[in-house]
Design a protein around this ligand. Structure first.
Ligand code: MN
Ligand code: MN
Length: 311
């Protein structure tokens, strides 16, 4: 299967779309951080339309600085780099190392789980109705790249990484769906095919229905994905999608990050605005570029049958 796939897909195109996904995520994070926790009316009053990466916001960021969405994604990529494969404990070790750097932005659920790990070295988070935040969903980009070509592996690792901090069925479903959307977009799926994946999510969890979208964009993973779906399917290019998403305010860095990874994969690297890439923190940009290549080197899609087993 993997061999058949790699014969069909042009490696160069896959790499470019994968870069589009990971860099698109960071751009959405950096762009949306400015309008995080604002209401659409407040954003209009301050910026008319917020469409430049300027930093600021409640975190008072430098232009191009990213937040936990991108930083935790990079932690997952570092753990895969370090082990040359998958180790949930190693991912948690990198989250712990990151938390000790006192990052400006850390979600409450993530902080609690990582702090507990630092104190007790125990993995495994018990199920909680309160874990339906978007903190696990926002860091799916590296998992989608690393498992590209094997949907069962994607589903397993999406949940394993999620449960390091969030153990909730809505969060799990969101993580898997985001991973599938990113992967299928990287492999060249069209809009109806991506919409089919969203319909499967809604069939299993009707809460994610978004046809009556009213503009809620809180950190509740259901509202986060409704915002992303509404604007991804309602716009025609990467920039339009991201600008629409972050001008909705709320948890705008995270809706931006998730829309950025899906739209970046779908429209491809060339569609990412150069003016935004120019401002993005160069250290972040370089680390993402390196991780994309290494994650794809390990991905099942580029491996002969059998070699992806046991990862
Ligand atoms: Mn953030
Ligand atoms: Mn956020």
């Amino acid at each position: 299967m993997a061999e058949a796939l790699s014969a069909v897909f042009d490696r160069q195109d896959v790499v470019q779309r994968a870069r589009g996904a990971f860099l698109g995520m960071a751009l959405g994070d950096a762009l949306g951080a400015t309008t995080e926790f604002l209401l659409p009316g407040e954003i209009r009053y301050r910026h008319k339309v917020h469409n430049r990466i300027t930093g600021g916001g409640w975190l008072n960021l430098k232009a191009g600085e990213v937040t936990d969405d991108t930083q935790m994604s990079l932690c997952i990529g570092r753990a895969i780099d370090e082990t040359g494969g998958w180790s949930a404990r190693c991912v948690m070790e990198h989250f712990a190392r990151w938390l000790k750097t006192k990052p400006v932005d850390v979600g409450a659920t993530c902080r609690r789980s990582i702090s507990r790990y630092i104190l007790k070295q125990e993995l495994g988070k018990e199920y909680s109705d309160w874990d339906a935040g978007n903190g696990a969903a926002m860091r799916m980009a590296p998992v989608a790249l690393f498992t590209l070509g094997n949907e069962a592996l994607l589903a397993r690792l999406a949940v394993e990484q999620a449960h390091l901090t969030h153990n909730n069925r809505l969060s799990d479903a969101a993580c898997i769906t985001i991973g599938r959307l990113v992967q299928q977009a990287i492999l060249g799926a069209d809009r109806p095919a991506l919409h089919g994946i969203v319909r499967e999510l809604i069939a299993a969890h009707p809460k994610f229905q978004y046809h009556n979208y009213r503009g809620g964009a809180s950190a509740y993973v259901v509202e986060t994905l409704q915002t992303v779906f509404h604007y991804f399917f309602g716009t025609a290019n990467f920039e339009e999608c991201l600008v629409a998403v972050v001008n909705q305010g709320g948890d705008a860095d995270t809706t931006g990050a998730i829309a950025g990874m899906i739209a970046g994969a779908f429209y491809g690297l060339e569609a990412l605005p150069k003016k935004w890439l120019k401002v993005l923190d160069p250290k972040v940009r370089d680390e993402i570029d390196g991780q994309v290549v290494r994650l794809l080197d390990l991905a099942p899609i580029f491996h002969r049958p059998g070699t992806a087993e046991g990862r």
